[in-house]
Design a protein around this ligand. Structure first.
Ligand code: SAH
Length: 239
């Protein structure tokens, strides 16, 4: 069973959205397990102090190294990746999710306040992971995003394994556009929109070709960074 452990000051936030739908079903079926551990349990004083003022001054509070370290030590398991949710971290990716999903599980430290004492990161070799260039008020939602991404990759969680292969990022391209019935639909603007003719043609080869072209065009237009990286990879393959 793939194991996710969240170290948090707000354990009641879990499983939250992960208790529903795909991830929730897999959780109930025992495909994965989720443990939310209250960091405050590891506080050393009777007030349950988990944070303190930053050395050097400045706004906000910092999560204390002794308390957080005790929590990590108590919950860490061999071979389980130790992540720290952090806007300074490496951008989380589909590729990293695949690696994590292939392992035994993850332990995720959810920061609060200004963040955590740097020495805990060093001492435990925490891998700092960011879910994007923006600042959340805490690491819990970021941890849930990472968990959700990994869990849907676990064997048996997604209906059709093939649907994962053609998805955004799996091969460096964004996904093509989707259409379903009705074939002609009139929106609130009064304009009738028909689905692209090729999709109702029943010609599988042409559909595949149309989708491939769409993926390339959408990627080039929306994510020149991804497109450039893919072009480079293709050039290297040709060498
Ligand atoms: N002072 C920090 C922000 C702290 S936000 C800075 O300027 O970088 C509080 C906590 O929210 C962080 O410790 C982290 O655990 C979480 N968090 C915020 N934004 C995040 C992001 N983009 N990705 C992952 N975790 C994030």
């Amino acid at each position: 069973m793939w194991r996710a452990t969240a170290l948090t000051l707000f354990p009641e936030m879990f499983p939250g959205p992960l208790g529903e739908s795909l991830a929730g079903k897999a959780l109930k079926e025992g495909v994965w397990s989720l443990q939310a551990v209250d960091i405050r349990r590891f506080a050393k004083d009777r007030h349950g102090t988990v944070d303190d003022a930053p050395f050097g001054g400045g706004a906000g509070m910092v999560m204390k190294p002794d308390v957080l370290s005790a929590a990590i030590q108590a919950m860490a398991e061999p071979e389980v990746a130790k992540l720290l949710m952090s806007p300074r971290g490496a951008p989380f990716s589909q590729a990293r999710a695949r690696q994590l999903a292939a392992g035994p599980g993850v332990l995720m430290v959810c920061g609060r306040f200004e963040g955590v004492d740097e020495r805990v990161i060093e001492a435990h070799g925490l891998e700092e992971v960011s879910i994007g260039d923006f600042v959340l008020s805490g690491g819990e939602i970021a941890a849930m995003a990472v968990m959700d991404c990994c869990v849907r990759l676990l064997p048996g969680v997604m209906g059709e394994p093939q649907s994962a292969q053609e998805e955004s990022f799996e091969d460096g391209l964004l996904e093509y556009s989707h259409y379903t019935r009705p074939a002609a639909w009139t929106g609130p603007d009064g304009i009738e929109r028909r689905v692209p003719e090729v999709l109702v043609s029943g010609h599988h080869g042409k559909v595949a070709e149309w989708r491939r072209k769409q993926r390339e065009e959408i990627t080039r237009r929306r994510r020149p960074d991804l497109w450039e990286r893919r072009q480079q990879a293709t050039r290297n393959d040709e060498k």
